[in-house]
Structure formats: C-alpha cells, structure tokens
Design a binder for this molecule. Structure first.
Ligand code: MG
Length: 421
C-alpha cells in the first residue's frame, strides 16, 4: 500500500497558521512580483477566483469580499513543508517528497494496519502538530493513492483520510473521476482521449492493453496498470543531488546601473552557493545572465550571459561570489533596463567523491572551507542574511512583495509574540 499526503491549498494554509483569524475567510497568495493568484483558500475558490488569475483582474472581488491577499513567502512555505514531512516520517520509514506540498509514504509491509484509521490519524496529527490541513489517500498504487487523497477534499465527511482497496470500490470511484485529472495523464493525451470518448478514469482502464501501449506509450501504459491496481511506479525516497542550480528573479522595476545589478546578482550567487553546499556538491562553472523587459518594445533589448569556469571544483562563497561579480560586469551594458537576472551553477560533482589534484592549494582550500562553513552556521543560527558580503547591499531582492507576511518561523525578529492574560 502507498499513501499520498497532500496539503490543502498549501500556501494559503501556511498564511493562516499564524493568522488564525483568517480561518473561514477567503485568502489568496500571489506569484512573484505580486502577479497572479497561485494559491486560494476554499472560500476564495468559491468566490470564483481561478488559479493564475492576475491580481488586477480580480481586484473588484478582492475589495468587495475583503479577500486577504499575500505575496509569496517561500521561506515560510519551505519551513512549513519541512515540518509536515517530519510528522509524516513518524508514520512510515520511507517518505518520498514529491513537491513542496505533497509526499508519498511507502506502507508496504504494514498490511496489519487499519489503513482507513491510519489515513485519518496521519491527517489529524499533521493538523495538530503543524496546523496545516492535509488530505491523506491510501491505496494499492501511487496513482490510486493520489485519487483517494482528492476524494478527501471532495468529501469532508472522510475527515482528511481515505482508503480505497476493494476492486468494486475502486471501480465506483474511477467511474466518476475525470480521466484528465488522473496523475500522469498529460495535456496531449487528454486531447486524444477526448476524441476517443474516454471521459472517466474507468473508461481509460477499459481500453485494451494494445491500444494503450500504442497510443500512450510507456507512461500512459504505466498509469493504465496503476489504475487497475498494479503498482509499477517506483518509490523514490532517495533524493538525487541536482545537476545544476539556478537562482533567478524578475525585478519589480528595471535596473539600470551596474552596482545595483551586481548587488542583485551577488544575492542570487550567495543563495545558489547555499543550495550547492546543502546538497554536498562542488561546482566547476558559474554563469550569470541578465535580460531586458521584452514587453517594452520601444526600449533597447538585450539578453546576455557570461560563463566563468573554475580551475578546480569549489563550493566556496568568496570564489563563486567574485566570479559572479566579474561575469555580471561583462554582461552589463549602459543604457539598458534589466528586468530579470540569474545565476546558474553547473558542472557539479559530489564533494565526497572529489580527489584534489596535486597542484591545488591545500592550505588555501582549507581556509576557504572554514570561512564558508562559518558563514553557513551563522546564517543557519541567526537566519538567512545574518552575515552578508558588502557587495550584497542589504541582501534583499528587488521584487514587489507588497503583501508579504513575516518570516514567522525562520527569522528571530519575525517570531510571533503571544500575550497571556
Ligand atoms: Mg496541495
């Protein structure tokens, strides 16, 4: 058996954890630079706000119904996600984090359990320990577990947990479940299925094996088998380290001077190095890119990038920051308004597998490692940005975040206070 735990309206739910007065009220969270709604509470969905609606288009609904609007606060969401994962790990030895708000649990070997009770218990514990509502579906395959978790959202009576396993129950569920909503059914397949008159997940399972293999290739065939109760999608609880790390942002307004662009780029570089170090990797190359606003057609346009290779693999803040400073200077041109920039660290190797060459400066490398380690531990103890390079300015990224909530769980200065009377 597999379980899928999916946080309900995750970003909106995170915002509510520290603003309980918003429970039962419409809440939306916006994309970067306060563009579009990317998360909605059930109440906001009921007002007709759609996923991806731009803020300016729904402004009238927001004002009329007093919708609480938040800029995205990924420090908060990332930390809440980690807390939910921790609760999930209390229930199963292996947990596969599928996205920021979803995880699979491997329940094979736990067949003695009352899975229906377990699903409800996991949901209850997540709510109790993190205040995030979580829908837990348990089924014989990952694809069916996803469907079971969606049922929890549809039917509040299930109290956050749903276990489906009897063939007749599965058939009944699939007969009302739109095939387009099945995990693994891509856009292109959806069009093909609509033409064939396949509407529900049950219709799909009733196609012949040869048809499915011919028309939908291996992924479609796997989904078909999974819907029929045969588990064939691997459980992946080992996270492979990333092969490249990119940190990029669009700015709230165009940047026109080199010092300002450098400040932003070094901020990206520092956060990329932080990610690099967290996964225990070293890099052989860094590149910096910057681009103008292509929607401002009457302004000069530029998209430029510069790559800097390192003589030996490095995970050192100073080395990578100074490379990004020189790459940024090479990319920048006077007279252009830069709307977006980014840093990409590539050609990664695992630090544990690295053999230094004879010509490396061992003493220098040891000092660098000490300094970078000290930066990590200060920033982990006192919050990101506690120690900065001078060139980073105040360490903030120029994004429009007019509605951002405090970093309740990751910055000491933003810690919520409670009054006890
Ligand atoms: Mg979700």
């Amino acid at each position: 058996m597999f379980a899928l735990a999916d946080c309900n309206n995750f970003f909106a739910s995170c915002e509510r954890v520290f603003r309980p007065e918003l429970n039962g009220k419409p809440v939306i969270v916006l994309s970067n630079n306060d563009g579009c709604a990317v998360a909605r509470s059930n109440e906001a969905k009921a007002l007709g706000i759609k996923m991806g609606d731009p803020l300016f288009k729904i402004r009238h609904i927001v004002e009329k119904h007093g919708v609480a609007v938040f800029s995205s606060n990924f420090a908060l969401y990332g930390d809440m996600s980690r807390r939910v994962q921790e609760v999930l790990r209390m229930f199963a030895p292996s947990v596969e984090q599928y996205s920021i708000d979803e995880a699979f649990l491997d329940l094979r070997g736990m067949e003695h359990c009352d899975f229906d009770a377990l699903a409800k218990q996991i949901s209850r514990e997540c709510q109790r320990l993190t205040a995030i509502p979580v829908s837990v579906g348990i089924a014989p395959t990952k694809t069916l577990a996803k469907i079971a978790s969606k049922l929890c959202k549809r039917y509040p009576k299930l109290r956050g947990g749903c276990y489906i396993h009897r063939p007749q129950d599965i058939e009944k569920v699939l007969s009302t479940f739109p095939v387009a909503d099945v995990w693994g059914i891509g856009r292109r397949s959806q069009a093909k299925l609509a033409q064939m008159g396949v509407e529900t997940a049950l219709d799909y399972t009733r196609l012949s094996e040869t048809t499915v293999r011919k028309l939908f290739a291996l992924p479609g065939y796997r989904t078909w088998k999974e819907l029929r109760g045969e588990a064939c999608i691997e459980f992946e609880d080992m996270v492979e380290p990333k092969q490249s790390i990119c940190v990029s942002r669009s700015f709230a307004s165009e940047i026109r001077t080199l010092p300002e662009l450098t400040e932003q780029v070094t901020n990206f570089a520092v956060s990329a190095v932080d990610k690099l170090r967290k996964q225990g990797s070293m890099a052989l190359e860094i590149s910096v890119f910057a681009m103008t606003n292509r929607f401002k057609e009457n302004e000069p346009q530029s998209y430029a990038g510069r790559c800097v290779p390192f003589a030996s693999p490095t995970a050192d803040y100073r080395t990578i920051v100074s490379a990004s400073v020189s790459a940024c200077a090479a990319v920048f041109r006077q007279g252009y308004g830069y709307k977006k920039a980014g840093v990409v660290i590539t050609r990664l190797i695992q630090e544990s597998g690295h053999t230094p060459s004879l010509f490396e400066d061992f003493d220098g490398a040891r000092k660098e490692a000490c300094l970078s380690g000290a930066i990590d531990s200060i920033n982990r103890t006192f919050g990101p940005g506690a120690v900065l390079f001078g060139i980073q300015g105040d360490g903030s990224v120029r994004m429009a975040r007019n509605h951002q909530s405090p970093h309740y769980t990751t910055l000491w200065s933003d810690l919520p206070t409670a009054k006890v009377e």
